[in-house]
Design a protein around this ligand. Structure first.
Ligand code: COA
Ligand code: AMP
Length: 633
């Protein structure tokens, strides 16, 4: 069917459209109620359906005779390891690890926090939780102890599952000290830590709280999947909002499974036996959806890659993996290709590998800038598909269809994320909530209901769902992104309209960074804004006003403040630009003019707001920040 027709059907009659798509799922009990409203006035999908997400990802394929097919490939240039797991092998390991968790009293509905590097045990732990109906909350390995503690307090996990270390390009990062520090500072205390020991750094385990993964696995038995309701949570994934407190996005089971199977088929064009590589991390939503659940539910082969696009060992790493495992579609963040393009501008490494299996490249996490789009198109000659999504939605809101439904190729446009995917009724609204004309920028909103697979609530805080996403425009979900739709219907996502920034595809809150900086005793006030960066898309820039009477040098203070961001948030925050200034531009009501700051730093025309407290401060700062601009560039 033509994709425009599909969009129309999904918009006009969402329940009928998604009832049909839900037939892709091997439910234990097929749902009769498709779309309903719950006590939080939010929508439930398939509320009386029953299923198990781990069963769908593993056992189902074994039952269908695909047990010997490769389910997961582990490729780790940082350790030199390569390993393949068939569906049968992976099912068996997951069923045993579910027993390990059960032996620690983990039951349906209990939370398990997973803090793991990119190793197969991360996938095993996640799927084992799903098997039991327990709710996993994976925390990205690059987050510091304080971030872990915040998540421990909110999710209140019974158990933490981790590894003894993560491995970055040239360093081993022991995880256990970070976990110990997080638990020591958190109010909630998990009862057990299950640690997978890696030879690169063996962790000191303290009995009875710490237990060894392998010792438990050696005595575990395989246990079957536990049926759960469609609306039971599968996982909580914390993401940055505009405040210092991350939001726990809750994903259901039934809507998620439907969205995963639908998207693997319709967005990525994958079928059973294909190899799909999402070069991301299990700590991000892309990892949840397309390293683990979607790829396995669709019966494809997934790749857990423990390495980087460059330096492990070179800028040919991605092409090597694609060629070695006959990857059919690759999905990663534009920043990865900017890094590759910088090291190998002519694409010489591409010539060393047979990429005949590779059909399409998918990009997300940040806008695919036109320069990278053109570079990729020219060097690979493949369809380059930028698609837009968020942790909250769990899958793509916009993408370019595989074809128009009548067999014709749908062309992509540089800078555009394509068309709204059926189920997402995307509209561009002005500040009054009125739709704007084609080509005009506005706030990108999605008319309710959202399709299956999107956020079920914010963990422990359904009110935040309303205040954060639903209150600006009644009847719409506010995405927090700005953009426009052109006269051919192509959607362009131009950037966040709030204090969230995307650093190398990692979503971070400038508000949270400001909280960390403000906590320093020498800081009177500060502002952190995202500035353009050639490699990472955006990086934070901090401007700090110091209290009177502080004797420490600016240099010493700057170093201390940068370190506090690394300690409290993590190295991924990449706060390398931090400057001490006399005063910040503010409105008369005391609001810091962040937009004005961004314009100054990026060298754009500065619009001086009429509500400015003292316009002299703008003149002084502009000069200083324009100089900074030339320094950091
Ligand atoms: N555990 C611990 N530390 C981590 C980490 C992890 N999982 N991931 C990153 N870090 C650290 C890095 O070691 C680095 O530390 P340093 O400042 O001490 O050197 C810091 O965080 C910043 O890392 P990163 O953002 O990865 O920058 P980089 O300069 O090392 O590498 C790229 C640049 C472009 C190669 C890298 O960002 C990349 O591979 N990006 C792709 C991102 C991606 O896939 N995002 C997923 C969204 S789909
Ligand atoms: P995350 O929740 O970490 O996936 O980050 C979501 C945010 O990343 C979105 O709100 C956008 O700001 C940005 N983003 C993701 N994909 C794209 C894309 N294809 N184009 C533009 N921005 C994107």
């Amino acid at each position: 069917m033509h994709y425009l027709k599909q969009q129309e059907q999904a918009t006009k009659s969402p329940a009928d459209y998604w009832q049909e798509q839900a037939e892709l799922v091997a439910w234990y009990k097929a749902p009769q109620t498709i779309l309903s409203t719950n006590q939080d006035s939010w929508h439930d999908w398939f509320k009386d359906g029953e299923l198990n997400s781990c069963y769908l990802a593993l056992d189902y394929h074994v039952e269908q005779g695909r047990g010997s097919q490769t389910a997961l490939i582990y490729d780790s240039p940082v350790t030199g390891q390569k390993q393949k797991f068939s569906y049968q092998e992976l099912t068996s390991l997951v069923a045993k690890f579910a027993d390990v968790l059960r032996a620690q009293q983990v039951e349906k509905g209990d939370r398990v926090l997973i803090y793991m590097p990119m190793i197969p045990q991360a996938a095993i732990a996640m799927l084992a939780c799903a098997r039991l109906g327990a709710i996993h909350s994976v925390v990205f390995g690059g987050f510091a102890a304080n971030e872990l503690a915040v998540r421990i307090n909110d999710a209140e996990p019974k158990v933490i599952v981790s590894a003894s270390c993560g491995i970055e390009i040239s360093k081993v990062i022991p995880y256990k000290p970070l976990i110990d520090e997080a638990i020591a500072t958190a109010a909630h205390k998990p009862s057990r830590c299950i640690i997978y020991q890696r030879p690169e750094a063996i962790a000191q385990l303290t009995e009875p709280t710490d237990i060894d993964w392998q010792t438990q696995m050696d005595v575990a038995v395989e246990i079957p999947p536990v049926p759960v309701k469609s609306t039971d949570p599968l996982y909580i994934l914390y993401t940055s909002g505009t405040t210092g407190k991350p939001k726990g996005v809750v994903r259901d089971n039934g809507g998620h499974a439907t969205a995963m199977l639908y998207s693997m088929k319709n967005i990525y064009g994958m079928k059973q036996g294909d190899t799909f590589w999402a070069a991301s991390d299990v700590g991000w939503v892309v990892g949840h959806s397309y390293i683990i659940y979607g790829t396995l539910m669709a019966g494809c082969t997934t790749i857990v890659y423990e390495g980087k696009p460059i330096k492990t060992p070179d800028a040919g790493a991605f092409w090597r993996v694609c060629s070695e495992y006959k990857v059919n579609a690759l999905f990663t963040a534009p920043t990865a290709f900017r890094a590759i393009g910088k090291e190998d501008p002519e694409g010489d490494f591409l010539k060393d590998y047979d990429l005949s299996a590779l059909k399409r490249l998918y990009l997300a996490g940040e806008r695919l800038d036109p320069a990278t789009y053109h570079w990729l198109k020219e060097k690979t000659n493949l369809p380059i598909i930028d698609h837009w999504w968020q942790t909250e939605t769990g899958w793509a809101i916009a993408s370019t269809p595989l074809n128009d439904g009548d067999g014709n190729i749908v062309k992509t446009k540089a800078g555009s994320a394509g068309f709204p995917v059926p189920g997402f009724n995307v509209q561009i609204l002005d500040s009054q909530g009125k739709q704007v004309a084609a080509g005009k920028q506005g706030n990108v909103a999605i008319k309710l209901p959202l399709p299956p697979g999107c956020l079920a609530t914010i963990y422990r805080d359904p009110q935040r769902l309303k205040s954060g996403y639903l209150s600006t425009y009644p009847g719409y979900y506010m995405t927090g992104d700005g953009g426009f739709i052109d006269d051919e219907g192509y959607l362009f996502i131009m950037g966040r309209t709030d204090d969230v920034i995307n650093v190398a595809g990692h979503r971070l809150s400038t508000g949270e960074m400001e909280e960390v900086l403000s906590a320093h005793p020498a800081v009177a006030e500060c502002a952190v804004v995202g500035i353009n960066d050639e490699l990472k898309g955006q990086v934070p820039l901090g401007l700090v006003v110091i209290k009177n009477g502080i004797t420490a040098t600016d240099e010493a203070l700057t170093a201390e403040l940068k370190q506090s961001i690394r300690n409290d948030i993590g190295a991924i925050a990449s706060l390398k630009n931090l400057y001490i200034i006399e005063r910040l531009p503010k409105t008369r009501s005391g609001k810091i003019l962040r937009k004005t700051l961004r314009q100054m730093i990026d060298g754009d025309q500065v619009e001086i707001p009429s509500t400015i407290e003292d316009s002299q401060v703008i003149t002084e700062l502009t000069e200083k920040l324009v100089n900074l601009n030339s320094v950091y560039k």
